[in-house]
Design a protein around this ligand. Structure first.
Ligand code: ZN
Length: 293
């Protein structure tokens, strides 16, 4: 990378040195609107997104404000050569899952149980984060065989196929009748999975469960207030990956054994990008497709 005169490296507090390996946040928060000023950059009112509302990173060079840049130097302990940058490319989705499970969901204590519904990149990253955080049972609910396999690779202790098995029965069976501290809605089909989540909270012994909604959906959810009252449970929404020390903590977790690179199931060249973007819309065999230069 090359750095401008004003670009400060948060790792050292000084100017970037040439050759520093870095990764970038994808959300360009403005730092001056009310949510940003209050410390909630994920909720910026003037949000720009690289690759969406401004030119993206499918280019040899991309110019990014240093406030969104995080050093990958720590990862050099575990990743060599191109692998360092492959690891860097999955810091962003992992940070979305970290923000959901830890920042918004309040995290877990070692020994707690976690249930992740949906084995897309965010759900699978949440599996690894819960394992790293010390969950005794990380349960992934995912009907697709390749995604379920990947879930195992990321550290899931148990897989539920919600099309073939009774979700709540399985969760209660695995957790000895307790249920989970954290449930992550990462399917984008909250109207379809909500009854299952409520049933396991209602029939489990766990008090203070939190359901984190991370997948985007405008579907109405049929919430039963009584379940959340009697079980002292909460529902929180989660958006984004910026702020709250999330990126550097994800990088440090990856430097100390949390390997996120299995999320990358395919590596492609720049000219293969358009066809693979189309493919990802329908084919759930691949998880993260990373473009290499
Ligand atoms: Zn803002």
């Amino acid at each position: 990378m090359e750095a401008g005169e004003q670009a400060i490296n948060k790792r050292t507090g000084k100017k970037f040195e040439e050759g520093e390996a870095v990764t970038a946040e994808e959300m360009f928060w403005c730092a001056s609107c009310r949510p940003c000023a209050d410390g909630y950059p994920n909720h910026c009112e003037k949000l720009q997104e690289i690759g969406f509302s401004c030119d993206g990173a499918f280019a040899e060079y991309v110019k990014v404000d240093s406030r969104y840049i995080w050093s990958l130097e720590e990862l050099k302990r575990v990743y060599k050569g191109d692998d360092l940058f492959l690891a860097g490319s999955v810091v962003e989705p992992t940070s979305v899952a970290y923000n959901a499970m830890i920042e918004r969901g309040g995290g877990i204590r070692p020994g707690d149980n976690a249930v992740i519904l949906g084995g897309g990149p965010i759900g699978l990253a949440a599996v690894a984060i819960m394992k790293k955080a010390g969950a005794s049972n990380v349960i992934l609910s995912e009907p697709s065989e390749p995604r379920a396999k990947l879930g195992k690779l990321m550290g899931a202790d148990h897989i539920i196929n919600p099309f073939k098995e009774n979700f709540a029965e399985r969760v209660l069976d695995i957790t000895g009748g307790l249920g989970a501290k954290l449930y992550l809605e990462a399917t984008g089909l909250p109207d379809k999975v909500w009854a299952n989540i409520e049933q396991s909270i209602w029939e489990g012994k766990m008090i203070n469960s939190t359901v984190v909604i991370v997948a985007r959906s405008d579907k109405k959810i049929p919430v039963t207030g009584e379940v959340f009252q009697v079980r002292r449970a909460s529902i929180v929404g989660s958006q984004g990956h910026s702020g709250h020390g999330t990126f550097p903590r994800v990088i440090s977790s990856m430097a100390s054994g949390m390997d996120m690179t299995p999320l990358i199931t395919k590596k492609i060249a720049l000219d293969e990008v358009p066809e693979n973007i189309v493919l990802l819309r329908t084919d759930r065999t691949e998880c993260k497709i990373t473009c290499l230069f």
